[in-house]
Design a protein around this ligand. Sequence first.
Ligand SMILES: *Cc1c(COP(=O)(O)O)cnc(C)c1O
Length: 392
Amino acid sequence: MQQKWQQATQVIHAGHQKDATGALVSPLYQSATFTFDNVEQGSACFAGEQQGYIYTRLGNPTTAELERKLAILEGSAAAAATASGMAAVSAALLTHLCYGDHLVAAKAVYGCTFALMTTQLNKFGIETTLVDFNDIDAIKRAIKPNTKVLFCETPVNPHLDVYDLTAIAHIAKLHHLVSIVDNTFMTPLLQQPISLGIDMVVHSATKYLNGHGDVIAGMVCGSEEVITKLKTEILKDIGAVLSPHDAWLILRGLKTLDVRLARHCDNAQVIAEYLDKHPQISRVYYPGLSHHSGHHLIGSQMRRAGGVVAFELDSHFDGAVAFVNRLKLFTIAVSLGDAESLIQHPASMTHSPYSCEERLAAGISDSLLRISVGLEAVEDILDDLRQALEGG
Ligand SMILES: *Cc1c(COP(=O)(O)O)cnc(C)c1O
């Protein structure tokens, strides 16, 4: 039944189990540990002979409801909630990679994912090759006998490049690799990688899934076998599990995901088109624009283009900084997927540790700006952009 519902219904009802009190909203089980009636029951729970909660690092009823809901939404057999998006990325990778293994990932990935792969995993003898995932042959060429995993996110910063997930899943199957996709920018409502043949999905639930800017969280979706291994071998010992309170907040946030995303996408389309026509803007990157390289995958791989828009001002570093400082409605902040429209200037913020050459090589020019389009009235967002552009 729950699998057959439309996703707009699933975000509200899927995974919910009526409790003894009949509470409309599932109670928050804010408890670190769970009690046993006698030693025999405790022993049976530890042995897995009897179902039951033991200790929240191993499982919790509130977190379990979130996991059931997300698995249904992504179309996976199971899901695990984690303490952050980075905990989801690292748990997914550590479930599949050991000393001596090799990983092929997209050159453009979330900054901390890049650092995890090139710095942390490297310390433990796991090697990463980064390639342009727009180039399918480059992915094939990077595969070695010890390659175990293909990893990417799509659409991806800084230019919202869209990678062909069907082609990537195909290569993974051909070479017996595990394919993992970070679906944070899309959520399962706009893109379901598993339906395209991808093995695992990871999320920063901090972004659209929670949607209210008040939680750091992650999710991993995959097969029953892999998620069980991830929970019982990796998360149990590394310990980056989600707090039940945060799981409860995400369950609340998820109920409005469908209506929120519709507004995020509607607003982002209007804003991208406005910026695209503006003489002071040299380039707009948004898959919803017909000139974007990923536009042809809208309607097939991804339902809509999402809520993140990047653009370059026809200006220098200082001009971009002054423009951002003139904005009044926009909030200057990293992150995305919140009700508030957010803007960040990568050259002076997220990518300031890079040298100028490294930044330009990564496609981040001095005047590149990224906005996470919020849920405000689109006229007010446009007015703010207009006044900041005219004020220059
Ligand atoms: C934010 C983000 C992450 C990291 O998530 P946290 O919840 O901040 O740990 C990973 N991937 C993408 C695409 C993100 O936007």
